[in-house]
Write a protein that binds this ligand. Structure first.
Ligand code: NOJ
Length: 701
């Protein structure tokens, strides 16, 4: 390290080792510049929080800020200064495994969650005590990988780049993010890590970003794999000229091997090297690494053990779950109504799976599965029995399986597999109620974990149907990071709770939700397809010829989703009324206030997420049928009513017009809908025109 002049170290998490390396850097290197330690702090460090797509399902940016502040405090305590998050890639293809790491399909929700996470990681300013530097990633367009295959090329039209893919990144930059990670894939045939338009024109010139850009791991060397760079020296030159300040590399670094020679050859100047270094040094200074380079190992043990962190994880898991179905109000379960309860499924008692994909420093001893959560809540008077029924694992094992020591699946048809299935079905038969916990193992989602099918993996569908065939009441708890094909379940299973991967305290949170100690209030941050063939499907699509046929575009399936974006049920019900606009006519640049009454019409105190959608009826380019432009999660006592205000101004009414090649706010009629999901029907409209304002009236249709 001293010999090669390394300035940053990744993936060391032991505080003693971090201090040892830091002493070497500070005491033994020529310039005594401290190292910066980076790590993937994605959804928690020691305390594991729900995965990012779940956080988006909370529609509560404050919960994301709090979770990432705790993750930052835990990470910083051991000496990690820099986290490789938030991941803000818009993802509209659930086959792509990394959909779990972002906020879903929508740029507006994505931008809100991006900024919230940056605030959580970094605090009020870079260098705030017990916080870390954030790194927004993967810049940009990674979520559009062709076929949902991880790392594959993306082809994104300019209008979608500006209107859909970039807004969450820009929100992170506006929130003061200190670093940006360049993505792996080709964007319209130019690799993101060698893409000067992205890394310089957009990031530096349009957005005035002053922090530093780090490449994704080995992405600089990879420019050669893209058939873009001739060799590693060319790769270093292309990435450097594009605007990559720091190369993240495993084994060897193209920068380290080639930049000196490139300077000697006159291809790069020393001034350019200094300019690229400056923001890295600036971040080290702002983080306070020169004054306080070392961590306090004893203090870190206290921080990692903080009970309030686990409590925050439980609350977050409660706020992120989405109730998809609740026929006959099976949920919440009555605590005394069931004596014999079966908890069935391969994920029912799996500590590793409930944590989700990006976890390294977790503590399994304190990880609560659904079975243990129910045990904690129900006590000895309920007879709880568990059977996995089936096992799940990947068809093609990956190198991650070795790291995680995963066992291959028991071959289907073997005696053992048959016995496991019948044991589970017998258990369901002899119980008053079955809670089925199904979904994807935590290694089936995340990086290098795309799927070509959205079916419940393994034999879980057979298990589900066999358990439902017993005729006993069944609650399905889903654990997954992408929408799955639950078409059959959505018709035959009375209650379905989407729990995502809820983290360390997931089991306790799920038990609270099932038993009514907490009320589900999350909403889907992604359109839920009926089947894989509908992909891509998102609520913010354009409409074209024969819009009346929009829902019947396929010969063999509806073209509407199974569940719309923004959807989620509650144990209560809500009524929206009295939609009012402060103006019915406004000039470009003016703001309209939208207000609506929301009433909790049920008998349970519960949360609702009021969502505001707009549609521009005409313009220089076709506009999506609906676009989310405001939301608010509100808590309402039983039968209480409140008025919610949201506003629409230039930020919401401006878009990138591919016809004009610029941002425009156009004269047009705008529709407004407010309600509890993207099919909201309460409607009004207003006109933007040069003619001016007409305040005080609302036009209801
Ligand atoms: C590759 C992933 O794409 C990125 O998200 C991650 O931060 C780095 N590896 C470091 O682990």
């Amino acid at each position: 390290m001293v010999k090669y002049g390394i300035g940053s170290v990744l993936f060391v998490t032991d505080p003693t080792e971090i201090n040892r390396l830091q002493h070497l850097a500070v005491e033994k290197t020529r310039l005594h510049i401290p190292l910066i330690f980076g790590f993937d702090v994605i959804h928690g460090f020691r305390t594991i929080f729900p995965v990012p797509i779940a956080m988006a399902a909370s529609w509560d940016p404050a919960v994301a800020t709090k979770a990432q502040a705790i993750a930052a405090q835990e990470a910083r305590s051991v000496g990690i200064d820099w986290g490789f998050a938030p991941m803000v890639d818009i993802a509209r293809d659930p086959r792509w495994g990394r959909i779990v790491e972002g906020a879903g399909e929508d740029p507006y929700l994505g931008a809100a969650m991006a900024a919230a996470q940056v605030r959580g990681f970094q605090g009020d300013y870079i260098g705030a005590p017990e916080h870390i530097l954030a790194c927004v990633k993967h810049f940009a367009g990674y979520g559009a990988a062709e076929g949902g295959r991880d790392y594959d090329a993306s082809y994104i039209p300019e209008s979608q780049i500006y209107n859909v893919y970039l807004p969450p990144f820009q929100a992170a930059v506006n929130a003061g993010v200190g670093t940006v990670m360049s993505a792996y894939m080709d964007l319209n045939d130019v690799p993101a890590t060698g893409n000067r338009w992205l890394l310089h024109d957009v990031l530096r010139e349009q957005w005035h970003f002053t922090g530093f850009v780090v490449s994704d791991a080995n992405a600089v060397k990879s420019l050669k794999n893209h058939n873009y760079a001739k060799d590693f020296s060319d790769a270093a030159l292309l990435a450097f000229n594009a605007g990559v300040n720091m190369e993240m590399a495993i084994d060897f670094s193209a920068y380290q091997k080639n930049l000196r020679a490139l300077v000697n050859d006159g291809q790069i100047t020393v001034q350019q090297i200094e300019a690229a270094d400056r923001p890295i040094l600036e971040m080290k200074i702002r983080l306070g690494l020169f004054e306080n380079p070392y961590n306090d190992e004893a203090r870190s043990q206290e921080i990692l053990a903080t009970p309030e962190h686990r409590e925050a994880a439980r609350l977050a898991a409660e706020r992120t779950s989405v109730l998809l179905r609740n026929e006959g109000n099976l949920l919440p379960l009555s605590k005394s109504g069931f004596t014999n309860v079966a908890v069935i499924g391969p994920l029912a008692d799996s500590q590793m799976d409930i944590l989700g994909p990006w976890v390294f420093q977790y503590d399994l001893k304190e990880t609560v599965t659904v079975l243990s959560g129910l045990r904690n809540r129900l006590g000895p008077q309920t007879n709880l029995n568990c059977a996995p029924g089936v096992q799940i694992s990947r068809k093609f094992p990956s190198f991650f399986d070795d790291i995680l020591h995963l066992k291959p699946e028991e071959p289907w048809g073997s005696d053992k597999a048959k016995q496991e299935m019948s044991k589970a079905v017998d258990l369901a038969n002899s119980s008053d109620l079955t809670i089925l916990v199904l979904g994807e193992a935590q290694n089936m989602i995340g990086e290098a974990a795309s799927r070509e099918s959205l079916d419940l993996p393994g034999r879980q569908e057979q298990l589900l149907e066999a358990v439902v065939a017993t005729g006993k009441p069944v609650v399905l708890v889903l654990m997954n990071g992408r929408p799955l094909n639950i078409k059959w379940a959505a018709e035959h299973v009375p209650a379905i709770l989407e729990a995502w991967y809820p983290g360390t305290q997931g089991g306790n949170a799920i038990a609270d939700l099932l038993l009514g100690d907490a009320v589900p209030g999350g909403k889907l941050p992604i359109t839920w397809p009926r089947d894989v063939g509908q992909i891509p499907i998102n609520y913010g699509h354009n409409t074209t010829q024969a819009p009346e046929n929009q829902g019947k575009r396929y010969w063999d399936e509806e073209s509407t989703p199974l569940y719309p974006f923004g959807y989620g049920l509650s144990y209560s019900t809500f009524q929206y009324s009295d939609l009012k606009l402060s103006h019915t006519q406004l000039k470009p640049g003016e703001t309209v206030d939208v207000s609506v009454d929301v009433e909790n019409t049920g008998g349970t105190a519960a949360d609702e997420v009021a969502q505001l959608y707009i549609h521009q009826q005409s313009g220089s380019a076709s506009r999506p049928v609906r676009e989310l432009k405001g939301f608010l999660r509100i808590a309402l006592q039983a039968h209480a009513k409140t008025t919610v205000h949201m506003s629409l101004g230039s930020d919401e009414l401006t878009y990138w017009s591919s016809a004009n090649k610029s941002w425009v706010t156009e004269s047009a009629t705008f529709d407004v809908w407010v309600g509890g999901n993207s099919n909201a029907s309460l409607h009004a409209n207003f006109i933007v025109s040069q003619r001016g304002s007409d305040p005080g009236h609302s036009q209801l249709k």
